[in-house]
Design a protein around this ligand. Sequence first.
Ligand SMILES: [Zn+2]
Length: 238
Amino acid sequence: MSVDAIVQPSPNFGARPAGAEIDILLLHYTGMANTEDALARLCDRTAGVSAHYLVDEAGRVYSLVAEEARAWHAGAAAWAGVDNINDVSIGIELANPGHDLGYRDFPGAQIESLVTLAQGVLARHPIPAARVLGHSDVAPDRKLDPGERFPWDRLAAAGIGLCPPPDLSPQDPVPSMTAFAIELARFGYPMGDGADPARTFGPITAFRRHFRPDRLTGPLDGIDGARLGWLLGASGGG
Ligand SMILES: [Zn+2]
């Protein structure tokens, strides 16, 4: 359950606060043209960003920051009312140009290596399935990664994270925006200023990017409701 990682130390890390328990696995894409550029940035002291690991498109795993240390990957982010995401998470970057530079499918070799790496992380830390998340989940108004092409279903099949079954019966009646926003918050999404309905679009799109990637736009429907309901049940949320 371990991978042969290429150790490429980044100077961009700090100590985790005393008592911090690692309970989030956060996945990203690099959003850069190639792996070399991404590695250079993640190891550049002036850039001030890092992650614990990077997996390139050939499936090579780079270890940048020790799991015990606090890497700098989440930025302004929150989940389930907690905003110190870097304190409590392991961050894994996946090489992919991202939405701005030619977003493309994640190759099988990359996902296979990620699965092995993530299984090891989950074996070493008490991370619940519902807290295997994408950057867009914890920063929905700011981030798109790892994005709708990321195969969350393949990870779930390997015991990593949650993926609602594709054949759930649609919820009837369709939830209102307000009701859905409340349920998203129960699951963990940061809803921002809940008094402003426009602020719920970011989290709804982030929810779909992760849990309903074939329908990023359009009105809420019964499938959205059914999938979120299933997730709440599976996570023991609420
Ligand atoms: Zn990210």
